[in-house]
Design a protein around this ligand. Structure first.
Ligand SMILES: NC(=O)c1ccc[n+]([C@@H]2O[C@H](COP(=O)([O-])OP(=O)(O)OC[C@H]3O[C@@H](n4cnc5c(N)ncnc54)[C@H](O)[C@@H]3O)[C@@H](O)[C@H]2O)c1
Length: 289
């Protein structure tokens, strides 16, 4: 594997992409954000600038370091010409496996043979994405958490063909980013983290529906007893209950009833109560949004 100095972030205008780009640029790499339109890219860059300013104000980053990080970021709407020049690619586009496969096929057709192509998918099999390329041994999952500059973990997912060299190079890159890693050794639905948090959330929903405790008490129990930063029902409300129902259906298909969406969750979603974004879910958010 060659040295990695230039990174491309595909979907760099989006929520995860601009956060990942910020981390890479702060770590000293040259970063190109790639997105569909210049407006998306401008939005991504603005978010990075604001986030760097916040870090400077909080004393987490020096003024000069923030400026240097910003200067390492460029933008492009041309996937192929960027992929031709890059040393490493991370894909952070919409969660649609066919669109991801097409992006990987295009990058694979022009990137240097040794370049590793990584995906930030939260659920799809890495091998399904990798099989759209001619370099399945150099395709890997790197699942970041939101927001990337703040959250310390990268979950690394090995596809069926991913080589040991690719895993080693990915772990080394994560170390340069200053992140901790875990490796999911089998390419399974929901990997490790989504599987854990979803089983926990579904159990919390069952406890509420069995009348054992209120949503607020379930959330408080997890924060106070387990030191969780957020309760499980707050996590579901924040991520969106509509999204959760879809993710639960995909997990149920693979693992059976233990991930099945509860009737209470379905009732909230049927009524249009999707959580934080609509103002109501397991809790009421009203004007707090
Ligand atoms: N949001 C989260 O909390 C979170 C956490 C972990 C992983 N993920 C995963 O990260 C990925 C991105 O999620 P997000 O929330 O940042 O999405 P987002 O919608 O905020 O951003 C996606 C970006 O990709 C761009 N895009 C779409 N198709 C493209 C293409 N063909 N070429 C180039 N750019 C394209 C869009 O214009 C958009 O700017 C998804 O796979 C998601 O599952 C999200």
């Amino acid at each position: 594997m060659s040295d990695i100095n230039k990174v491309m972030v595909v979907g760099g205008g989006g929520q995860m992409g601009n956060g990942i780009a910020q981390v890479a640029a702060t770590a000293g790499l040259e970063v190109t954000l790639v997105d569909l339109a210049q407006d998306d890219l401008d939005r991504g860059v603005r978010r990075i600038e604001k986030s760097l300013e916040r870090m400077v104000r909080a004393g987490k980053l020096g003024d000069a370091d923030a400026k240097e990080a910003r200067d390492r970021i460029t933008t492009s709407t041309d996937l192929e010409s960027t992929a031709r020049e890059t040393d490493h690619a991370i894909e952070t586009i919409v969660e649609d496996v066919d669109i991801k496969r097409e992006v990987f096929r295009r990058m694979d057709s022009v990137a240097r043979p040794e370049v590793i192509l990584a995906s930030n998918t939260s659920q799809f099999a890495i091998s399904r994405i990798a099989s759209a390329t001619g370099r399945a041994d150099r395709v890997i999952g790197t699942h970041w958490f939101n927001p990337p500059p703040v959250m310390n973990l990268i979950e690394v997912i090995r596809g069926v063909e991913t080589s040991d060299e690719t895993v080693a190079a990915t772990l080394a890159l994560a170390e340069r980013y200053g992140k901790e890693t875990i490796v999911c050794q089998k390419d399974t639905q929901g990997f490790l983290t989504s599987r854990l948090i979803m089983s926990f959330i579904v159990e919390a929903m069952r406890i509420v529906e069995e009348g054992i405790a209120s949503p607020d008490d379930v959330n408080r129990a997890c924060k106070l007893a387990f030191n969780h930063a957020m309760g499980p029902l707050e996590t579901a409300d924040l991520g969106g209950l509509d999204t959760f129902v879809k993710a639960a259906a995909a997990m149920t298909e693979h693992y059976g009833d233990r991930f099945r969406a509860t009737q209470g969750l379905r009732a909230l979603v049927n009524a249009g109560h999707y959580g934080y974004k609509t103002g109501r879910g397991f809790s009421d958010y009203g004007d707090a949004r």
